[in-house]
Design a protein around this ligand. Structure first.
Ligand code: IMP
Ligand code: MG
Length: 179
């Protein structure tokens, strides 16, 4: 499908996203005040969200990145999660917050959190911008959540369509309607 020829419906505007991220940043800063916060950002999808979120966190924070794969180029999870690039170093004493763009089946977040727990940090929690609970294949509830959204494929603000459109500053849904 050539999405350039379709009408894009804005699901979350830049303003809405910014407002919610301010709130999340404040909440995380308060909750992790006496802790050694380590944000683990899941590439590529969460790079935009992570960059905005960490700048709203007012306590000291370290940032690491992990790359996982499951989607390939389709819109369905393959179910098999692979770690392409892992966090570096010792996690002892850190309170880890895994940051991702979206929780869909939940398989990625579950797998990553279990993997990080095996490195024996103090705690492992997660923060996702978007949640599609209707699509869940395993039970997982985000500890910090931006927005619950309907079961639609969304693009923009880090989320890709055929590896493009991550740079669109809002979240949109591609409609069937021609422009
Ligand atoms: P899960 O393992 O099924 O929860 O999928 C998580 C990953 O799939 C996310 O980190 C996204 O990269 C990708 N994904 C899930 N839903 C969407 C979507 O609607 N648009 C773009 N990417 C998505
Ligand atoms: Mg992702």
């Amino acid at each position: 499908m050539d999405i350039e020829k379709k009408v894009w419906e804005v699901l979350l505007s830049e303003k809405e996203i910014e407002g919610r991220i301010n709130e999340l940043g404040q909440q995380i800063s308060a909750d992790y005040q006496e802790k050694k916060l380590l944000v683990v950002s899941l590439l590529k999808g969460s790079f935009v969200f992570t960059a905005d979120l960490v700048r709203k966190i007012s306590i000291p924070v370290k940032i690491e990145f992990m790359t996982t794969s499951s989607y390939g180029h389709g819109q369905e999870s393959s179910g098999q999660i692979n770690i392409i690039s892992d966090v570096k170093g010792d996690l002892t004493g850190y309170d880890v917050l895994v940051v991702d763009d979206i929780t869909d089946s939940g398989l990625t977040m579950k797998y990553v959190m279990e993997h990080l727990k095996s490195k024996k940090p103090n705690s492992v929690k997660c923060c996702v911008l978007l949640d599609k609970p209707e699509r869940r294949q395993i039970e997982i509830v985000p500890d910090y959540l931006g927005f619950t959204i309907p079961d639609k494929f969304v693009v923009g603000y880090g989320l890709n369509y055929g590896d493009y459109y991550r740079n669109i500053p809002y979240v949109f849904v591609v409609t069937d309607q021609d422009r």
